[in-house]
Design a protein around this ligand. Sequence first.
Ligand SMILES: Nc1nc2c(ncn2[C@@H]2O[C@H](COP(=O)(O)OP(=O)(O)OP(=O)(O)O)[C@@H](O)[C@H]2O)c(=O)[nH]1
Ligand SMILES: [Mg+2]
Length: 294
Amino acid sequence: MSTDMPFNRRQISRELTRIANASVREVLNTIGDSVAPAAFRIGVTGPPGGGKSTLINALVRERLKDSTDTRLAVLAIDPSSPVSGGAILGDRIRMDAIADLPRLYLRSLSSRGARNGLCDNVVDLLTLLETHRFDEIILETVGVGQSEVAVHEVVDTLVVIVPPDAGDSVQTMKSGILEMADIVVVTKADQPGAQRMASDLAAVLRKQGDREVPVLQTEASGAGIDVLNAAIDAHRAWIADNHPETLTRENRRRYHLQALIDRQVHDALKADGDIARGTLTTSFDRLLKALRVQ
Ligand SMILES: Nc1nc2c(ncn2[C@@H]2O[C@H](COP(=O)(O)OP(=O)(O)OP(=O)(O)O)[C@@H](O)[C@H]2O)c(=O)[nH]1
Ligand SMILES: [Mg+2]
């Protein structure tokens, strides 16, 4: 490991693996008392194979270019389930090209078995990264279904990508993740239909109303990435002006508490095969008792 590395990649990887497989109590023992400052979190989400990783590749370079000391982490949640299609495309971009950039930490994690598409424990992972003093974290998730709107809760700026050939999935996204978007990007803008898709999306988002959501276009060549980068900075400035930081922190804490307690309840229900016997009241009290001793 070279000494000019600002952080120890192997140690962070080890810690992430450990916390990804930890019990709720172990999670609390690891990050429960952390007072590390929050990182600026950017979510990049959209359909499987839509061009998320390609975009992040270029975006990372652009964001690191602007400063000499920004520490940036990328966490890619790998769907790895045949249902979502992500892992079976075969041609997915791996972010090897940027993996060695100094001041960048890159990690891909499977969401197999997670109940909400995101890793159930993604907030644990993000918080752990914050204990390593990352300034920014980019989170890649596949976002097509309703459940994926959860990503909105854990990031500051949500970039929703739509490839020109998205077709039907745009209908699904309209009532879900698109409503949560802070910035919309039509990826693969070198392909036919990109301009049309961008106009359609702009029309839909204008009707949505309350805040102007930019609709941008990017290409794997890097075209449009500078504009996206500026839009992210503009949104960050907008948040700083419009959202009190303490409120954001408290909302995030609430979300984290909910995630941990959900898991605790899930584990307790699974551990007691007899929990459903008896009346609703006796089951409920038995569950509460089990939670108290965990
Ligand atoms: N023509 C064209 N192809 C692109 C562009 N960006 C990405 N692709 C291709 O689209 C495919 C998927 O790209 P990825 O960046 O892996 O997409 P992804 O959304 O991260 O995919 P998953 O993580 O598997 O959901 C790859 O074959 C890319 O080469 C682009 O701007 N133009
Ligand atoms: Mg990807």
